[in-house]
Write a protein that binds this ligand. Structure first.
Ligand SMILES: [Zn+2]
Ligand SMILES: [Zn+2]
Length: 230
């Protein structure tokens, strides 16, 4: 029997946790990337060159790196990135002065192009997209396998973003319908938890202790937008 990939093992593990399993696996890879980056790759020339292309990470991943509280690592990388930004200022001014007599505004788009790249080409976002794709392929491929199927059915299910990705990617309509049916059940259970949560806010029932439904309002948000980034 072919041995399972790490992503496959992480995914099976993520089915047993709260929230969307794909979000959980992506989160695991992202945290590991940022950890390695701060502890080993801060001074790596190839990582530096890669990061200059986008002036670092996108907003979400830059703040996630800050949350890891490694001030020294961040200070080294962001000093380098600020210097890169200054070089870009110089290049822009040089170009602008040379072609000033030509069409006005011709150079506007060339000011700090890296900032525009940031939202599209952030290396952590790229990694996340690869992991998402991997997980989606794994779910489609293994859904017929009884123990994998059982794990999926007993999980909180996918967030709607990852459900959409999966449905759009799948070319097997039997699998697509089975997954939509599983997710319909998940959403109906969540709606009933939300209704129970609201009922217990009525003064007539407010003496009743909260049960499983206590965090349903947070799970409802996560179902639609996916996991909180950190
Ligand atoms: Zn998700
Ligand atoms: Zn990012």
């Amino acid at each position: 029997m072919k041995s399972k990939s790490f992503t496959h093992i992480y995914l099976e593990d993520a089915f047993k946790k709260k929230g969307c399993p794909v979000c959980n696996v992506v989160d695991k890879y992202v945290k590991r990337y940022l950890d390695n980056f701060l502890y080993e790759n801060v001074n790596s020339p190839s990582v530096r060159i890669q990061l200059r292309e986008t002036l670092g990470f996108c907003n979400q991943h830059a703040w996630q790196a800050v949350e890891m509280k490694d001030g020294l690592g961040i200070s080294i990388v962001y000093e380098d990135l600020l210097k890169t930004a200054l070089e870009s200022f110089e290049k822009y001014q040089l170009k602008d002065t040379t072609i000033i007599k030509q069409k006005k505004g011709a150079t506007k788009n060339s000011f700090l192009p890296a900032i525009k790249n940031q939202e599209v080409s952030c290396p952590v976002c790229k990694l996340g997209r690869e992991v998402e794709q991997n997980c989606i392929e794994l779910i489609i491929k293994n859904l017929k396998e009884p123990s994998f199927n059982g794990l999926y059915k007993n999980s909180d299910g996918l967030c709607l973003k990852h459900l959409k990705l999966l449905i759009e990617y799948s070319s097997d309509s039997k699998i697509t319908h089975e997954i939509i049916n599983i997710e319909r059940e998940n959403i109906l259970n969540l709606i009933s938890d939300l209704q129970e949560y609201q009922r217990k806010h009525d003064y007539r029932f407010s003496h009743e202790p909260f049960g499983e439904e206590k965090d349903s309002w947070i799970r409802a948000v996560a179902k639609i937008v996916g996991k909180h980034p950190f």
